[in-house]
Design a protein around this ligand. Structure first.
Ligand code: NAD
Length: 344
């Protein structure tokens, strides 16, 4: 089987080569992202393998179908970059539903600790032999309230980590997890209470029409003064302009972003020699209380291994049995509708 692999980074190849060899799949690695301009590269392949910032819109899907490229293997969990309704009946779409919730949840805590204990500032100071502590005062996490929006695989690991720090958890989920709420230190509530009472808010829900800009001007208005916003889920969950205004007005105490609404042309690439056109991102990065990482939360050895193994297995199992447990929409069968990251 031959698969065109888009948006390749050096860290992708070792694990995909290893599992590809094991399962008899040849990957042709392209550095470019998949989009309408590059889709022709998939000609002659059985499938394409894409990541979070490849564009799989209706035009790309139509062209893949015309070229008889039947499989779209997402090497990630989220699929907001795929027009799933259009893909239905045209492509077999697989994803990696879980590769390491620990990687993302632990990165979220790393960002939070770095931010509130000013580690990003202290690191730069001590490299310059500046050992002054002025301006580095942080606050204890113990006893603070964290609002967790989305209590799926990653959200639940993050809740566990926060409990390890002695924090109280207010959770919100459209489909609450059974057995998580203990009526005391972990409690499900509505967004109103979560916004009003949380010292820290962390986003772990998928990006859908409903969750788009779940943190907007109105939500920020309802938050506690000094709230810390953590987003390691998807950029468009946060209205970046409203976030910037919240920081400028001192309503938001700090923000840690591993994702950004307009990240697709910037993140994962070295743009250090370029002039940044995005004024909102440039202003956010200039803030002393904002930490931005470049969609890095997933990037652990364990996650890369799991991503490659599951992606290769998805392709292999489907090609031999015609079925795959990680298929999102079926190419044949009855009409389905994709909602909230699930197919109905
Ligand atoms: P998951 O499907 O296990 O959990 C998502 C949770 O969100 C579910 O419990 C679901 O019920 C809930 N949800 C759905 N709609 C909601 C709504 N309208 N309001 C509140 N909650 C809602 O997914 P996961 O594996 O925990 O991943 C969560 C998100 O993390 C993914 O959607 C993805 O966007 C992001 N992610 C980011 C990285 C990264 O590197 N930064 C890596 C992996 C995943």
């Amino acid at each position: 089987m031959k698969i065109a692999f888009f948006d390749t980074k050096p860290y992708d190849k070792p694990s995909f080569d290893k599992y590809g060899k094991e399962y008899g799949i040849d990957f042709k690695y392209f550095e470019t992202k998949l989009n309408e301009d590059t889709v022709e590269l998939a000609h002659g392949y059985d499938g394409v393998c894409v990541f979070v910032n490849d564009t799989v819109n209706a035009a790309v899907i139509d062209r893949l179908e015309e070229m008889n490229v039947r499989m779209l293997a997402l090497r990630c969990a989220g699929f907001n970059n795929v027009d799933m309704k259009h893909a239905f009946g045209r492509l077999h779409v697989f994803r990696v539903p879980a590769y390491s919730p620990y990687a993302v949840a632990e990165h979220t805590m790393a960002l939070l600790l770095a931010s509130i204990r000013r580690i990003h500032k202290a690191y730069i100071r001590s490299r310059d032999f500046n050992f002054s502590l002025s301006g580095l005062t942080g606050f204890d996490l113990h006893g603070k309230t964290v609002g967790v929006i989305g209590t799926g695989k990653i959200g639940r690991v993050f809740v566990d980590i926060c409990r390890g720090f002695g924090m109280n958890v207010l959770a919100f989920d459209k489909y609450p997890a059974e057995g998580l709420d203990n009526g005391d230190t972990i409690r499900y509530t509505d967004l109103e209470e979560l916004f009003a009472k949380s010292d820290i808010i962390s986003l772990h829900c998928p990006l859908t029409d409903e969750t788009h800009h779940i943190i907007d001007e109105e939500a920020i208005e309802k938050c506690k003064k000094g709230v810390v916003i953590l987003n390691t889920s998807r950029g468009a969950l946060v209205d970046a302009q409203a976030l910037l205004e919240g920081i400028k007005s001192r309503k938001i105490g700090a923000a840690c972003l591993d994702v950004y609404e307009e990240e697709s042309d910037l993140f994962f690439e070295d743009n250090s020699g370029h002039i940044l056109d995005d004024d909102i991102l440039a202003r956010l990065i200039s803030m002393p209380n904002v930490i931005v990482t470049s969609h890095q939360a997933f990037l652990t050895q364990e996650a890369l291994e799991n991503i490659a193994e599951t992606t290769v297995r998805n392709l292999s199992v489907f090609s031999t049995t015609g079925q795959c447990e990680n298929e999102l929409c079926y190419r044949g069968g009855t009409a389905k509708d994709c909602k909230d990251g699930k197919c109905f």
